[in-house]
Design a protein around this ligand. Structure first.
Ligand SMILES: [Fe+2]
Ligand SMILES: [Fe+2]
Length: 321
């Protein structure tokens, strides 16, 4: 029963959201596309350090005038490493959020539970996959690259918020992975991208496509059980988490400049640091916030949850474009 639309009737007198996807068909697709880590990364398949990892639309290294081609390649690869780290850490708050959702909704709809637990299992696999890529990176890159953390503290800070706020963040992040692959990598013949990194983005997207639908269902299910005050609080928490993550991305941009200095052996002047960090901060904002908040499907769900906060959302997404 593909794309079955289930209307949930609630007599709370509060907002009623229509369930847009079917757990059954999502689970069916998820079982079909399911891949194994050892098929994606192994002794024969590893990162090629002669190539760029991230597309230019995400890494934005080309217009930094104080860097030569070799430094631009290094910076692009440093960004590839932070991409593993940032997605890996985001998935560490996805897993407990999904499990908590299953706990609170119960086992009445067993297909929903099966689809959601499969989702949590896939995200655990993704954490493992990103860690494998990070190990591969550390082996092949000439210097150690520092990343934001500790991850447990970041996850803890996110998890203290309302489930609706956290799931809305997860929803935009998961639609965002689709934007990254489909719009910047799949038909990219100009950036000389490493096929292994592109394979990571492709395989991640293949499973995230189901996750984003499951997130949508979780949002809809949750909203149908909350009163308007709790929905408002959840939306407020969403904006707070985005700002918190933004702070982390800005710190990562600074750490990247230090890594670049170590790998190139250059001591950058104040104005060079200024140039690199300002371009990179904008790039982080677009890659990890703007490209997700402007996703059409995310906007559609958000508007249904909180039409009165749409203007604010659009302003935030413009700020991070
Ligand atoms: Fe994932
Ligand atoms: Fe996911």
């Amino acid at each position: 029963m593909a794309n079955l639309i289930i209307e949930q009737q609630k007599s709370l007198g509060e907002k009623i959201m229509v369930m847009t996807y079917s757990y059954e068909s999502i689970l069916k697709t998820a079982n079909k596309v399911n891949w194994r880590i050892e098929d994606i990364i192994n002794d024969q398949k590893s990162l090629n350090f002669n190539k760029r990892f991230l597309p230019e639309t995400l890494a934005r290294v080309n217009n930094i005038s104080c860097l030569n081609e070799s430094a631009k390649l290094f910076l692009n690869q440093i960004r590839g490493n932070s991409y593993f780290h940032i997605f890996g850490l985001a998935e560490e708050f996805v897993v407990p959020t999904v499990i908590h959702h299953v706990e609170t909704t119960g086992l009445e709809d067993i297909t929903a539970s099966q689809a959601l637990l499969h989702f949590a299992e896939e995200e655990s696999k993704h954490i493992n996959l990103f860690r494998r890529f990070a190990v591969d990176f550390a082996k092949g890159f000439p210097v150690h690259c520092q990343v934001i953390g500790p991850v447990e503290d970041i996850v803890k800070a996110v998890m203290q918020h309302q489930p609706l706020g956290i799931i809305l963040v997860i929803l935009y992040l998961e639609w965002m992975t689709q934007n990254h692959y489909l719009e910047s990598v799949r038909d990219n013949h100009t950036d000389n991208l490493d096929p292994q990194f592109s394979s990571l983005l492709k395989h991640h997207w293949l499973e995230e496509a189901q996750h984003a639908q499951l997130d949508t269902l979780m949002v809809e299910q949750l909203v149908n059980t909350l009163d308007s005050g709790s929905i408002n609080q959840g939306v407020e928490d969403f904006f707070t988490i985005v700002e918190f993550l933004h702070g982390g991305f800005m710190m990562q941009a600074q750490l990247d400049v230090e890594s670049l200095s170590r790998v190139t052996g250059r001591i950058f002047s104040e104005s060079e640091i200024q140039e690199i960090t300002s371009v990179q901060k904008q790039s982080y904002q677009w890659t990890f916030i703007g490209s997700g908040l402007t996703n059409r499907k995310f906007l559609k769900t958000f508007e249904q949850v909180s039409p009165t906060q749409m203007e604010r959302l659009i302003a935030v997404s413009r700020q991070y474009s």
